[in-house]
Structure formats: structure tokens, C-alpha cells
Design a binder for this molecule. Structure first.
Ligand SMILES: C[S@@+](CC[C@H](N)C(=O)[O-])C[C@H]1O[C@@H](n2cnc3c(N)ncnc32)[C@H](O)[C@@H]1O
Length: 320
């Protein structure tokens, strides 16, 4: 720990600390390979332990939000919001074709994040985005490095594809989304040559286009897009089983992995419900596993999240 103050015993522990490979290893519950650890350390992520009064202020905010009658629900009616959001990134990318233009606007909204069961304050630039990047580096390195083709479903601006490219220099990358502005942006990334071969596909997770076949041996991933489909993920699972990708990696809110006895988890679970976020996904995968249809390779919380939710659990599986 460096900077700030630290007291032990029954007193508060506050102060700024480096959030590097050791902290992420604790969060993920496993050692991070050295080459990934190097990348994670390079983000220079720093957080601050907050005093109880500050933490209580954030808890009060979460409670007040959960009690709000009006909170927009995820689902079919949000397509227009995504179209508008990604159009802004598209305009930015066309003006300045670089990775920075692809960063979605929703990162870093609040000065509070979840790490290892606590609320902490960001204390370095782009803290939330870099924490997710560290998580992706860990999972992508483990599961996407060898695939001849990689598909992201619900890819938004395509910014995650950059981290796939880092671990896999040769794969054909496909960014799929139901929003036309995302499709145009991913196509523009492909044309720019920024990330090598990248193609866009229009794809609705609620109603998968069965005519769109995955390349043999392809790997699939999602990041916070199944989040948006509530209980409507079953046709997509059927689609994946039918196409037989080599592996499917999901970084998504998975209520089954949280502990409702813990306050922050409880609040996260209530927020998932309130917003109509992904529900029953891991239960359904387990059901299909019991039927011998799929094999679950990993299902774990990552102890990393934003103010309202721990939305970045890791689920990895493959069709049998
Ligand atoms: C929270 S954003 C995440 C985007 C991207 N994966 C990322 O990590 O930045 C959710 C994305 O899911 C997409 N999405 C939501 N519902 C979808 C659906 N039914 N079919 C395809 N994409 C969907 C949205 O258009 C948006 O791009």
C-alpha cells in the first residue's frame, strides 16, 4: 500500500494501492501467467480504499436507484439506444480512426467500483475499462489464442476485438451485433486495417440467423451483451450448439455465482432483476450439461465489477 492512510484493528483502512497481477490473481482465484501479468501490470491500475462514510454514501445511492419506479429495462425496445450510442463512436472513428475512438461512453461513470468484495474508488485514469481489459487479457489468452476465427456476439464498437487480436495475430475476427451503427463501425475498423482482418455481421441474439454458419473450429465470446437479453438467450444457445464452435467464453452478469447473503452481491442481484438483465443462463447450461449436450469448462465470479453490479463473471463451455 502506498499513499493515503492505513489503520488496522477495528479502525478504517483507507489509501491508494496498486491493482496489479497479485490483486487480480486474488480476484480470479488463480495465478495469472507471467506474460499476461506483464500486460496487466502495464495498465498501471490504482484504486483507493474508501472510508466507511464514503462507502455508505454509495450504498445509499444504490438503494435509492433500486427504489426508483422508473429504471429502463434491457431488451427489444433498447435497440434504438444502442444505434444512437454506437453512431457517436462511428462518427468519432471516421474522424479519428484509432482504438481510443472505439471506447464506449459508459465506462467510468461513477467514482466507485467493485473489487474483491469491496467498493473501491478508481485512482488511475480509465480504471474501470482497464480492470475489464485485465480480465479479458486473462480469459482471451487462455481460450481464444489458437482459434482460426473468433466471433464476438453483441460487439458494440468492437473495442474488445483489439484484445483478441493481441493474443491471436492471425484469426479472422467477426464483430456481430443487431445495431446497424455497430455493423458500420466494425466494417470501418476492417477497412482501416487497424486490427487486421475484421468483418461485421448483423445478428440478433433473440432470433439467430441460422443461415449464418460459424467457421469450422471458431471460438465465440460475449461481453455484457447476453446481459441485455434477460431470459431470451435460449435460441442463441441452440444456435451455438448447432454450429459447434470449439469454445464459448462469456463475460456476463451471472446471478447463480453470487452470494445473496453478502450485501453487495444482494444489491447486484436486485439490480439485475430491476434492469431485466441475463437470468438463468448458467442454470440452463448446467441442465444441458446434465443431458450430455454441452461441457462447462469454467463458471466463476471474477470479483470485479462496477458500482451497481458485479457484471463480469466468467463462463466457458463447449458443445459436446
Ligand atoms: C453493454 S453493450 C456491450 C458491447 C460490447 N460487447 C462491449 O463489451 O463493449 C451491449 C451490446 O449488446 C448488443 N445487443 C443487445 N441486445 C442484442 C441482441 N438481441 N442481439 C445482438 N446484439 C445485442 C447491443 O447492441 C450492444 O452492442
Amino acid at each position: 500500500m502506498s499513499g493515503g492512510k492505513e489503520m488496522t484493528g477495528d479502525k478504517e483502512v483507507t489509501g491508494v494501492f496498486d491493482c496489479g497481477p497479485a490483486e487480480f490473481a486474488q480476484a480470479f482465484g488463480e495465478t495469472i501467467p507471467a506474460h499476461v501479468a506483464e500486460r496487466v501490470a502495464a495498465y498501471g491500475i490504482r484504486c483507493r480504499r474508501m472510508p466507511l462514510a464514503e462507502r455508505d454514501g454509495w450504498l445509499r445511492k444504490i438503494a435509492a436507484t433500486l427504489l426508483e419506479a422508473q429504471l429502463s429495462k434491457a431488451g427489444e425496445r433498447r435497440l434504438g439506444d444502442w444505434e444512437n450510442g454506437w453512431q457517436e463512436n462511428l462518427d468519432r472513428f471516421l474522424a479519428t480512426p484509432c482504438a481510443q475512438s472505439l471506447v464506449p461512453g459508459y465506462f467510468g461513470k461513477y467514482d466507485a467500483l467493485r473489487l474483491n468484495g469491496e467498493l473501491v474508488a478508481p485512482a488511475s485514469p480509465d480504471c474501470e475499462r482497464n480492470m475489464l481489459a485485465a480480465l479479458e487479457d486473462w480469459l482471451f489468452d487462455a481460450w481464444l489464442a489458437e482459434a482460426p476465427a473468433v466471433y464476438e456476439f453483441g460487439c458494440g464498437t468492437g473495442h474488445n476485438l483489439e484484445r483478441v487480436r493481441r493474443v491471436n495475430p492471425v484469426a479472422r475476427l467477426y464483430g456481430c451485433d443487431w445495431a446497424g451503427s455497430s455493423n458500420r463501425l466494425v466494417a470501418a475498423i476492417g477497412e482501416s486495417g487497424l486490427l487486421g482482418q475484421v468483418e461485421a455481421r448483423r445478428f440478433n441474439i433473440f432470433e439467430p440467423d441460422t443461415a449464418m454458419r460459424l467457421e469450422p473450429g471458431a471460438a465465440v465470446y460475449t461481453v455484457a451483451s447476453l446481459e441485455q437479453v434477460g431470459e431470451g438467450f435460449r435460441p442463441f444457445l441452440d444456435y451455438l450448439q448447432d454450429n459447434r464452435p470449439s469454445v464459448c467464453v462469456h463475460i456476463e452478469p451471472v446471478g447463480e455465482l453470487l452470494d445473496p447473503e453478502r450485501l453487495l452481491d444482494y444489491l447486484s442481484l436486485r439490480y439485475f432483476e430491476k434492469r431485466g438483465y441475463l437470468s438463468g443462463f448458467l442454470l440452463e447450461l448446467r441442465r444441458r450439461e446434465a443431458l450430455g449436450q454441452v461441457e462447462i469448462l469454467k463458471a466463476q465470479r471474477t470479483n470485479v465489477g462496477s458500482l451497481y453490479i458485479e457484471g463480469y463473471s466468467a463462463v466457458v463451455w463447449r458443445p459436446r
